[in-house]
Design a protein around this ligand. Sequence first.
Ligand SMILES: [Zn+2]
Length: 338
Amino acid sequence: MLATILHTPRDIRCEEVPEPKLQKPTDAIIRLSASCICGSDLWPYRGIAEVKSPMAMGHEYCGVVEAVGSAVTTVKPGQFVVGSFCISDNTCPHCRFGFPSSCEQREFMSGAQAPLARVPLADGTLVATPVMPTDDLVPSLLAASDVLGTGWYAADAARVKAGATVAVVGDGAVGLMGVLAAKQMGAARVIAMSGHKQRQDLALEFGATDIVSERDEAGVARIKQLTKGVGADAVLECVGTRQSMMQAIHSARPGAMIGYVGVPHGVTLDGQELFFSQTGMQGGPAPVRRFLPHLLDLVLERKINPGKVFDLTVPLKDVAEGYRAMDQRQAIKTLLRV
Ligand SMILES: [Zn+2]
């Protein structure tokens, strides 16, 4: 089969590889209905994360079960399933506490930018839909696997409540999903921080009530102005740079929580500044598996349409074009037809 391999930074290829096989009794093999490129795939692509050996890319997936190992009991061939980018057993203390992304048996999914993929710990990781979804729902179901689940976690970690004023830092795909999540959780006001017209429009479509196009302290000043000098009740940090983290902390009112889901690169925080900000922070890899059943319901009932975040679709063989477009910010998120 053809699959996506990153050889060295920027050398991304679609090439012939052996089809995945069941390796353990707890595995499943799925035939993907679609795949996509994640913002985090750009870290090794850009050489910011090290590429020691050729990497099988792709960790967002949904599709039909082809085969299961002898120990798998909750999914069976022919079912449509969605799983998280974190492989988890759903039974260990961290999973039971709601943090499958810190599962004692955690692995990170790979090799999903391909027509077939092996999913370890299938019982704990995969969620089957009650019926075979129609094709038009596939992009939204695929989004649940990572980008929607991560935006949802940002809002959950920021403790977004009904009636709250929420600020979202970051207008990438995850930030836009954070806007959608905050709206779904009943936020009265969702302030999206974005300087790009197309992303602003999508944020408004997903439920933003205000747009702040200024950055850094000017952006913070604008949020203060919009909240009568108080600051936001909840802040979603969806970038991971020092600049975005400071923007998030300074936009939050005392007592607010900040959900941070951008993987920090070069971020150090000052203890005293954090102390006197009186804000709380929760972040990390999103425990998507916790949210999946609810998110799949929302998509299947057509209450949300997160699939709109894909603004470029290319066939798998043109995967390099998809990476290039996201790298140059010409595309928000690329869907791959497999
Ligand atoms: Zn676990």
